[in-house]
Ligand binder design. Structure first.
Ligand code: ADP
Ligand code: MG
Length: 701
């Protein structure tokens, strides 16, 4: 690859030098000319708009005002010496204040002269004032010499400001740099794509993102740069997918045999929903192609993912392969195991479970049965991916709750067989479309967007602390009907001690309201030994206790169909997706279920929106979209996967359309020119080759 001038160190930008370059690198991560040009403004100030003094209010941001200086005086002594000028227009007066450069101000700012003053007003002793305003002779502006329109505002840091690199200083650097290098900026999107989406070329876009002449130019520049950013992410993701498909042949499940057929006809206790049927079909098509499947199945809690997983595993079995299913926790693994063996019989398939707690002796037997192929389906935790666990012929791996399994662990699974097994990832946390396209852009995605018929939607209420007795009364009513109740308390690391106190106080109050022996209560929280947790959980699952008091350990997966009420304490402190997950613990049986959100009277705006959203809708996808708007993508996914989300300009919450366009463009591109051999795509090929060098396959996938 040739070396571009844009790879030059920032040190060589006019006015920078080694010292400032160091700070630019450390504070802003700007190393090269290219980085500097991509240090986009984070907002713009409209310098075509003028305000009158009587329009200023305490919320006013940076504004400009035309007026005349009518008096000027120096006050204070050495340390707090300052100049205050009174500034007047036809609507009122205000003050301009300087603490520094007093000499300059004294000679240059003249009484009786008209200026354009620019800055952020503050209210001080009943008068608005601007400190250190930018001053420009009105006459100059009037004659059109000051050519200001939308003024860019750049991120800077305290340290950079000490080197005169505040927003204004950075603006100057970038202006100079653009002058110098713009002719050498090369286009990095093929012309036909620019034409199709009517995007400006790279040079125009760079000039206009920094120094737009008007809002339209700015919008076009932003759209182009966002498109480019998202396009290149999709290019990498879909390229990885292509590579993986080339590299990894997959087992071909051609046969729908006895196991699937018998299960469907004899065992399955219900009719599959249309969504389940569709997803099973997608999996079926995907596993026949002789290419490794990597599919994400998204389905809200209760949408029936287990049946889909089981049918896929039986399909593997019918074709002579074993299958396994991994869950993130022991409790979940046990539940999967229980629900799967309740759906099949031993003469249909042999199902086993393996977790960290499996005894050595049992484990040895399991290992043997896996190796000689006696076991068809293995369910378990991380223990499954240990090297000691060897299969005779593993054809399919189902991973429940993807976000807890890293990429590395996925890769480890692939090595469990000569032909890597097909991978089916299941998640019950609906992910907004844009996130799915970005985070899982290299996976195929299936969505189970329909709940089994006859489910009664959970009724959700929001109650304040003052209505607590009503809540207890309601609990008693439900328990009298034979139902069970969950009560969940927040337990958050930062406030753990206080939270535990609340939990204790809550338990005390509950023991008073629900005394033994009429009522039995199970208590589960993270600090308890595993065995105790298991025991308490089991009591509740078997219906031996009426109330399950818990911190969020029950968040994922437990299934107690007889539980009909979910009470969430301090609900305002939980995130939306957490609330939705918790609510999903009820509504699993035939009875009407309820979710009660308890909160204090004081709610933040966001907290209120979260609770209102919960009351309003049961739809996990809708909730995930609102969650994305509230929190942004980084928080939703956790830091682990934020790599792909370090976007400069594009915003996954608001740029859905551009993202779809970018992704569709790349899909069409690979369909039309899989090897990127066409001359118009050569820049894209070069880019991917450059990425490829030195990166082993395991790392990119
Ligand atoms: P999740 O998607 O949350 O894992 P499950 O697979 O645990 O959901 O299914 C939730 C409940 O719905 C289970 O009791 C299951 O037996 C039942 N179920 C699944 N599919 C159907 C269906 N098509 N019709 C009726 N009940 C179903
Ligand atoms: Mg499930």
């Amino acid at each position: 690859m040739y070396h571009s001038i844009l790879d030059t160190s920032v040190e060589f930008i006019k006015g920078v030098g080694p010292t400032k370059a160091d700070v630019l690198k450390k504070d802003l991560g700007l190393f090269t000319f290219r980085d500097m040009l991509a240090h986009y403004p984070f907002r713009y100030i409209d310098r075509t708009k003028f305000y009158k003094i009587n329009q200023i209010n305490p919320d006013s941001q940076y504004i400009q005002i035309i007026g005349r200086v009518i008096s000027k005086k120096v006050i204070g002594d050495k340390r707090v010496k300052r100049i205050i000028a009174v500034f007047k227009d036809e609507t009122g007066i205000m003050e301009l204040v300087w603490f520094q450069s007093l000499k300059w101000v004294d000679t240059n700012i003249q009484v009786g002269v008209a200026y354009v003053a620019f800055g952020k007003p503050n209210l001080f002793n009943g008068t608005f004032s601007i400190s250190h305003p930018e001053m420009e002779l009105y006459q100059n502006r009037h004659l059109g010499r000051g050519n200001l329109t939308l003024q860019p505002v750049y991120n800077s840091t305290e340290k950079l400001k000490k080197f005169n690199l505040d927003s204004k200083g950075i603006q100057k650097l970038i202006a100079g740099l653009l002058d110098q290098v713009i002719p050498q900026v090369t286009e990095d999107l093929p012309q036909y794509i620019l034409d199709k989406y009517q995007l400006p070329d790279k040079r125009t876009a760079l000039l206009n993102i920094h120094f737009p002449k008007n809002q339209q130019d700015l919008n076009a520049a932003e759209r182009r740069l966002k498109f480019e950013e998202l396009f290149y992410i999709q290019l990498q993701l879909l390229h990885n997918k292509q590579l993986r498909q080339l590299k990894f042949k997959g087992a071909s499940f051609e046969l729908v045999g006895e196991k699937v057929n018998r299960f469907y006809k004899e065992f399955l206790p219900f009719e599959l929903t249309n969504a389940q049927k569709r997803v099973v079909k997608e999996i079926r098509i995907d596993t026949q192609r002789g290419v490794q499947m990597n599919r994400l199945v998204q389905g809200d809690v209760g949408s029936g993912k287990t049946a889909v997983a089981l049918m896929s595993m039986l399909l593997a079995n019918d074709n002579g392969y074993q299958a396994c299913m991994m869950a993130p926790t022991e409790i979940l693994a046990r539940q999967h195991y229980a629900s799967i063996i309740s759906l099949v019989s031993d003469d249909l398939v042999k199902v086993a479970i393996l977790t960290g707690n499996t005894k050595k002796k049992e484990r040895n037997i399991l290992h043997e049965q896996l190796e000689n192929g006696e076991i068809d389906i293995l369910i378990g935790t991380h223990a499954l991916i240990e090297d000691k666990v060897q299969f005779k012929n593993l054809g399919l791996v189902v991973i429940d709750e993807q976000h807890r399994f890293g990429v590395e662990q996925r890769a480890k699974l692939w090595r469990k067989n000569v032909i890597p097994p097909h991978i089916l990832v299941m998640t019950a946390t609906p992910i907004p479309r844009t996130l799915a396209m970005t985070l899982y852009g290299d996976l195929d995605v299936s969505v189970i967007d329909e709940l089994p018929a006859g489910r009664k939607p959970i009724e959700t209420r929001h109650l304040y602390e003052g209505q607590r007795l009503r809540m207890f009364g309601f609990m008693k009513q439900e328990i009298a009907k034979g139902r069970q109740v969950y009560i969940v308390y927040p337990l958050i690391k930062e406030s753990e001690k206080l939270d535990l106190l609340h939990l204790e106080a809550g338990i005390e109050q509950l023991s008073y309201q629900f005394p033994r022996p009429d009522y039995q209560m199970s208590i589960v929280h993270g600090q308890m030994p595993n065995a105790d947790k298991q025991f308490e959980m089991q009591q509740f699952i078997e219906g031996k206790s009426h109330i399950m008091v818990a911190t969020t350990v029950i968040e994922v997966g437990v299934n107690v169909p007889n539980a009909s009420v979910m009470v969430i304490e301090n609900a305002e402190r939980f995130g939306l997706s957490q609330l939705h997950q918790l609510r999903g613990r009820v509504g699993r049986g035939a009875e009407q279920s309820f979710c009660i959100l308890m909160s204090g009277n004081k709610l933040s705006k966001e907290g209120r929106i979260r609770l209102e959203t919960m009351v309003k809708t049961n739809n996990g996808f809708e909730i995930s979209e609102i969650d994305l708007q509230l929190r942004g993508p980084g928080d939703i996914t956790g830091t682990q996967q934020s790599g792909v989300l370090e976007l400069k300009l594009a915003d996954l919450a608001s740029d859905q359309i551009i993202l779809s366009e970018a992704r569709n463009t790349v899909i069409a591109l690979f369909e039309d020119d899989p090897q990127l051999d066409k001359p118009e795509n050569s820049m894209l090929k070069a880019y991917l080759q450059k990425l490829q060098r030195g990166i082993s396959f395991d790392k990119i996938s």
